[in-house]
Design a protein around this ligand. Sequence first.
Ligand code: ADP
Length: 276
Amino acid sequence: MTFRVEGVGKRYGSRTGTHWVLRDVDLEIGDGEIVTLVGPSGCGKSTLLAIVAGLTASDEGRVLRDGSPVTGPGPDRAVVFQSASLLPWRTAEGNVAYGMQLQRRESRQSIRARATAALRLVGLEQYGSYYPGQLSGGMQQRVNLARALAAEPALLLMDEPFGALDALTKERMQQELLRIVEPSGQAVLFITHDISEAVFLGDRVLVMGRSPGSVREVVEVPFARPRALEVQEDGTFQRLRHHIRRVLEDLEEDARGGARYGDHPLSGSTPGSVTR
Ligand code: ADP
């Protein structure tokens, strides 16, 4: 399944008038591809992800799935946010099964089997009967990922999913994600503030700028997947990282030079905070 974003634009109204959060965004995510998205806070990354998810409508352009317009959410796409937001009164398995139960498309047995399989994928098969409060933050985020994987979506939409985890857990989750999507052929659109994470996970890194938000540069990552952590020490990896950082810094310079809408939160992240 191929997802294409064509000329997407999104505007919001405010006291100071209408401003375009996104403009002329084009991107393509093919079968099994991992596309990562970096850019300063407020450049519209989450908005773009929500548009691809079908949760927000665009004001210009369109999103196509194998050539057909996407008009709302669907089982072919699943979203993973930074906060696991699990239901505290449901077990891990109950949380993974919840969405499938709401859809009422399958028998209880089949839902249970899927939930168990998804928990196994994230290494939590022993923890199905645990409640979120009994699990660490990293484990909760695994349950969150299992919840998205259970529906076997063609495209995983991930909005800084590992942003709140400690460094070691984060590295483990990055490797797990690569291990999980490799055989399934699932595609991923992954937002991050962390340039190393973007290069480590991505087949392509899209660098976004703001005012209005759009893709300013596409960086191809030449390493085969799955990748070992050591790839980060490779000279090419370092060069890509530095290059992306430079692009972000240049974009921020430009944005500061000509702030195009007054109510924009410039205080968010600066290019310096984008790197590890
Ligand atoms: P990012 O994910 O890159 O940090 P967002 O997509 O969250 O950026 O937000 C992009 C811009 O759109 C921000 O300036 C934000 O304030 C604005 N924005 C997002 N959602 C709304 C909304 N519902 N109404 C008005 N402005 C919004």
